[in-house]
Design a protein around this ligand. Structure first.
Ligand code: CMC
Length: 430
């Protein structure tokens, strides 16, 4: 029997040289490829990996996903258990600190977040400057970035207390900015935070309060809102989290990094997908049109939004929880008729070879928009709600990156395939 070792032997057929590369945690170090050269002045072999489809650029302890098995765990805890038994602030603490809080830690954390929900009045004026029909996600991106101008001390990244303060502020102020963006877009007076309410209850208060002296959230909708935030709280190295880490790697302050992450989340292939799902379901229009829509998606005429995932090649565990949550919400709000179209779409797609062969299953965004719509949120707010849930995850990764001695400013290499050197040609001679 041949001896085994945790190495990879590579033969460079250009030179006949053989190299032995260490394999650790199922990976080789891309820097180990550099020794592979044809000539002494050769730069060394690079790994080419557009969109990082097969590149790990961090060691992370935050979130584990097994995409083939449909498993998602935050710090080891299955998402289903957290959604059932925990709450968003506790999950946020878990993501950032690595452990569930004790009762005292939880009380202190909740107190801190609750007492940082207000935003500077000048930021409100900033919000007022937006056009009346500005997209709330655009307003969120700008105002989150603007927070950095109010907290210049946030640049003190080496001090744990300073970092902690900005983490608290970002989690606390995100819902306020999100709700204010909505209120601005419909021309309504801003509703200020209410410290008596839970994190989710207060957000619903800032969204929906009108003339009542005290807003009382419906307990079922409050719980549903909280669960939706838990389900969105982290998803390891996705596009926006990678953006957060990348911006953070230049030692920019976390508000600027979070503004970048929010921008990354805005796109329809990422956090904008739930908005796109609703538009798609509305366009399909009725259950009897579903089969034709699936056919059109197979012909490449459009993508079934809310289907498919870079990592999940199985049912997204978050989509399962959300599908169940929909029934609780509909008990209060009445059924959203789009759910029938969605269920039929899922049924037909999951039986179709095109989707089965490509392992395309519903993802988190497939059902979330239907619930949000039933709760009264306009589609433009969907990515905003996603961002509000994701902020603890972004911050957990931002901090992990800063504290990781192996990390440095992110700066990938390129394969240059453009023009060779050529002389400038004056305009008249072109
Ligand atoms: N509808 C129809 N076909 C699809 C879909 C879809 N939603 N998604 C992937 N495919 C096909 C694609 O055409 C390709 O087929 P072929 O091999 O014949 O060329 C194959 O499946 C692989 O697709 P891909 O684009 O190479 O896969 P990817 O890993 O680059 O993309 C994705 C992942 C999420 C961007 C993509 O599945 C997609 O665009 N889905 C719709 C948008 C969506 O729901 N996004 C939310 C993602 S979950 C929330 C989040 O993380 O933000």
């Amino acid at each position: 029997m041949s001896e085994t070792s945790d190495t990879l032997t590579v033969t460079d057929n250009r030179t006949g040289e053989t190299y032995e590369l260490a394999v650790e945690d199922g990976a080789i170090r891309a820097m180990d490829l550099r020794q592979i050269k044809v000539t002494d002045d050769d730069f060394g072999l690079l790994a080419y990996d557009p969109a990082f489809k097969n590149t790990a650029n961090v060691r992370s302890e935050v979130t584990y996903i097994d995409g083939d098995a449909g498993i998602l765990r935050y710090r080891g805890y299955p998402i289903e258990q957290l959604a059932e038994n925990s709450n968003f602030l506790e999950v946020a603490y878990l993501l950032i600190h690595g452990e569930l809080p004790t009762a005292d830690e939880y009380d202190h954390w909740t107190y801190e977040i609750t007492h940082h929900t207000f935003i500077h009045e000048n930021l409100k004026q900033f919000m007022d400057g937006f056009h009346h029909d500005a997209h709330p996600m655009g307003m969120l991106v700008s105002t989150v970035g603007a927070l950095s101008t109010f907290y210049p001390e946030a640049k003190g990244l080496d001090d744990p207390e300073t970092r902690h303060m900005q983490i608290v502020r970002l989690i606390a102020k995100f819902p306020t900015l999100a709700a204010f963006a909505y209120r601005h877009s419909i021309g309504m007076r801003y509703a200020y935070p209410d410290n008596d309410l839970s994190f989710a209850g207060n957000f619903l208060n800032m969204m929906w309060k009108t003339t009542e002296l005290k807003y009382e959230p419906d307990p079922i909708l409050e719980k549903a809102m909280d669960r939706l935030l838990i389900l969105h709280a982290d998803h390891e190295q996705n596009c926006s989290t990678t953006t957060m880490r990348t911006i953070g790697s230049s030692d920019a302050d976390p508000y600027s990094a979070a503004a970048g992450a929010t921008s990354a989340l805005y796109g329809p292939k990422h956090g904008g997908a739930n908005e796109a799902v609703l538009r798609m379901l509305e366009e399909i229009g009725s259950v009897d049109q579903v089969a034709d829509a699936v056919k059109a998606a197979k012909n490449g005429e459009f993508r079934l939004m809310g289907f498919g995932h870079r990592v999940y090649k199985n049912y997204d565990p978050r989509a399962k929880v959300i599908r169940e949550l929909a029934h609780d919400v509909f008990e209060v709000t009445g059924k959203n008729p789009l759910i029938d179209i969605a269920v039929e779409l899922e049924k037909i797609a999951l039986e179709d070879d095109y989707f089965v062969d490509r392992k395309l299953y519903p993802n988190v965004d497939f059902y979330s928009g239907i619930i949000y719509q039933a709760m009264g949120f306009p589609t433009s707010m969907f990515p905003v709600l996603f961002a509000m849930g994701r902020i603890p995850g972004w911050l957990a990764h931002w901090q992990e990156n800063l504290l990781d001695p192996e990390q440095a400013i992110v700066r990938p290499r390129q394969l240059f395939v453009g023009a060779d050197e050529r002389d400038y040609v004056p305009t008249a001679q072109r």
